[in-house]
Design a protein around this ligand. Sequence first.
Ligand SMILES: Cc1cc2nc3c(=O)[nH]c(=O)nc-3n(C[C@H](O)[C@H](O)[C@H](O)COP(=O)(O)OP(=O)(O)OC[C@H]3O[C@@H](n4cnc5c(N)ncnc54)[C@H](O)[C@@H]3O)c2cc1C
Ligand code: FES
Length: 276
Amino acid sequence: MLSAYRIAINKLRTTQILDVKNESLTVKTFTFKDRECAKAKPGQFLMLWIPGVDEIPLSILDAGKDGSVSVVVKKVGEATGELHEKKIGETIGVRGPFGNSFSVNAGRILMVGGGTGIAPLFFLTKRLRRLAKRLVFVMGARTKDELLFKNELESTIDERHAEIAAVTEDGTCGVTGLCTEPLETILKSDEFDIVYACGPEPMIRRTFEMTEKQGIRLEASLERLMRCAIGLCGSCIVGRHRVCRDGPIFISEQIREFKDEFGISKRDFDGKTIPV
Ligand SMILES: Cc1cc2nc3c(=O)[nH]c(=O)nc-3n(C[C@H](O)[C@H](O)[C@H](O)COP(=O)(O)OP(=O)(O)OC[C@H]3O[C@@H](n4cnc5c(N)ncnc54)[C@H](O)[C@@H]3O)c2cc1C
Ligand code: FES
């Protein structure tokens, strides 16, 4: 049975877009007010309704004391395309916040973020930057212009104990390649208590394999198709888990359980198994 809290957060609330910011040619940040989602913790997600189009899951980029909430959206299809057309003052709908969150640790921390996966890790960085003994943030994108929040991260972290390693596929900024490429060296040359990862599933799979080899705890944010977001419809199953309810953050022990499908296969909207 759903608790009173879960019934309350699952109610669709309409709100107006307060701000729209272009982050790159294909990525925009949208800000709006929502009392429930403003209480979100890093790693949680919301369902955003684009009237007359669809409802889609999005990680929460930031949640302020003034009730404001931001999400970062990459244009990939119909719903995200329609959302990109929306202007300040237009109406959207929100449910959430849903799912679990990243743990807030005080140790030596490695973040691995790819594409829009950088967003929830940026939110987490803001919450633990004063606690962390050391913080290394590896961020990857196809090209320099798609390295989201690099400047904002640079001004958020304390350079005395934190650093950012940029990786681009075309070599326009930092190391050339995929963001998992410098990881092996970083993991061997420095000591970490925990690795946080969010981004494309093959990136997380590779990060999982490396942390397993080094015996370091991983917390990774997973994506699956979502409809209800409250554990009822079964669209988001991975192993014996429902990503919307038991995740989206999964720890090493859980990923080990479903490693035969993780990074390899997922379900489509008809429940058919398809390659990742
Ligand atoms: C927990 C979670 C957090 C996410 N956070 C972000 C984020 O912060 N920023 C961001 O840009 N994207 C995020 N996504 C992905 C985003 O939900 C999809 O890009 C979006 O739903 C695509 O909708 P569309 O109609 O534009 O694309 P479509 O043309 O319908 O689909 C394009 C691809 O998007 C994926 N997709 C479509 N519908 C869904 C759905 N209901 N649930 C999950 N994936 C779907 C599928 O892989 C599909 O192949 C997140 C997904 C999940 C599950
Ligand atoms: S989206 Fe329905 S069970 Fe997860």
